[in-house]
Design a protein around this ligand. Structure first.
Ligand SMILES: [Zn+2]
Length: 385
């Protein structure tokens, strides 16, 4: 995977290879980009930032247009907030420790999520045709705003590498027992689009994974026997290329009774995805039991999960207990060493250049709205998009 080791802000002799303006033909054209040096400007800390002028569209831009610091008032907050969110802090706690407003943390969290979407997209593009392991699929159960609005998030994980390949939400109706009052309140909630629920989400995951397998190889999915997985595979136009291994959740006996052979086999097969879900519940404030730090908006929760996926794939070693720094990204051959947050945040990615599409582009644009909320900010920017 093509990803520089030195953050762009620290490069002495930075040379742009494309124009950062999205309406310029040289924004996406792979080569032939010509530019002129156009002076420099000093930052408040006295660092000189070089400027350039595009030969094609004539616009000027600085080195910062290629870094995550672009358009940010406090770029120094990006790294500690990324690390803090991943260490289980809530937005307010982070705002207190870094002396900024809680809304700043919320905005940075969304921004980091968008970066994570693009980075994971780029990683998958590099893995095209190289998926040589089974993928364990399960939905992570959460709710947005209130327990009346639950949704699952598909989290396909590599059976051998534990690499997180996708994040795909599946809004669904509230299940389980509820009181008369709860049911009356639930019915008054604004209707939200489910976009196919579990079935739609599973289908999108299959569409994402199929191009990753090598020519002539079948895609092997290990699931917990969810009926939506059976249906999605059976209805898929490429069903003959997919093997679905089912491990239904066995009926558990009374507490303390020994596990059946079937239960042991299920736990072993789904271990990679169960571990990921345990890790998410343990390290993200919003997913701890009985928390008040829960997410208010599906789109924002997914942004956070993308950041968690990047951390899981590139930063966190497979086992901290055994002091093994090997990361899932190393096991799938994307990189040869664990990444620090500096490297993850080393440069800016552009949705047009990465050719971002599908659900991920909708999430990037914050188009998955929560109708129950009075306002849903979309992400539309001219320069810092
Ligand atoms: Zn240009």
């Amino acid at each position: 995977m093509d990803w520089p080791r030195t953050p762009v802000d620290r490069l002495q002799d930075f040379r742009p290879t494309f124009c950062p303006r999205e309406n310029c033909p040289h924004h996406t054209r792979p080569d032939g980009f010509r530019y002129k040096k156009d002076g420099s400007y000093p930052t408040a800390r006295g660092i000189r930032v070089p400027r350039f002028r595009c030969h094609e569209c004539g616009s000027t831009f600085s080195r910062r247009a290629f870094s995550l610091a672009y358009y940010r008032k406090r770029p120094e907050l990006l790294r500690p907030i990324a690390a803090g969110l991943q260490a289980g802090s809530g937005h307010r706690q982070l705002a207190r420790s870094h002396d900024c407003a809680p809304s700043t943390v919320t905005r940075i969290s969304a921004f980091l999520g968008r970066h994570a979407i693009l980075l994971l997209w780029r990683a998958l593009a590099a893995l095209d045709g190289q998926l040589d392991e089974a993928v364990v699929l399960d939905h992570f159960e959460i709710f947005e705003l209130t327990q009346d609005l639950p949704f699952g998030v598909a989290t396909p994980v590599g059976a051998r590498s534990w690499f997180v390949y996708d994040i795909d939400p599946a809004p669904h109706a509230r299940t389980g027992r509820r009181s008369v009052f709860q049911e009356r309140r639930r019915k008054k909630r604004a209707r939200r689009p489910t976009r196919g629920g579990y079935l739609g989400s599973t289908r999108r995951v299959l569409d994402h994974l199929l191009p990753l397998r090598p020519e002539g190889r079948r895609l092997r999915i290990i699931g917990d026997g969810h009926s939506a997985y059976d249906q999605a595979v059976a209805q898929h136009p490429r069903a003959e290329d997919i093997d679905l291994e089912r491990h239904p959740n066995p009926r558990r006996g009374p507490e303390g009774s020994p596990r059946t052979a079937c239960a042991i086999a299920r736990d072993r097969a789904l271990f990679p995805v169960d571990t990921l879900h345990g890790l998410l519940r343990h390290s993200l404030a919003a997913h701890k039991r009985e928390t008040i730090a829960f997410g208010r908006r599906l789109n924002a929760i997914c942004e956070r999960l993308f950041l968690a996926a990047i951390w899981r794939n590139f930063v966190k070693g497979v086992s901290e207990r055994r002091n093994d720094p090997t990361t899932p990204a190393m096991l799938v051959g994307l990189t040869d060493r664990p990444w620090k947050w500096e490297r993850v945040l080393g440069r800016r990615l552009f949705p047009d250049r990465e050719k971002l599409g599908g659900t991920w582009l909708e999430l990037y644009r914050r188009d998955w709205v929560t109708p129950e909320l009075p306002s849903n900010t979309r992400h539309r920017k001219v320069y810092a998009y």
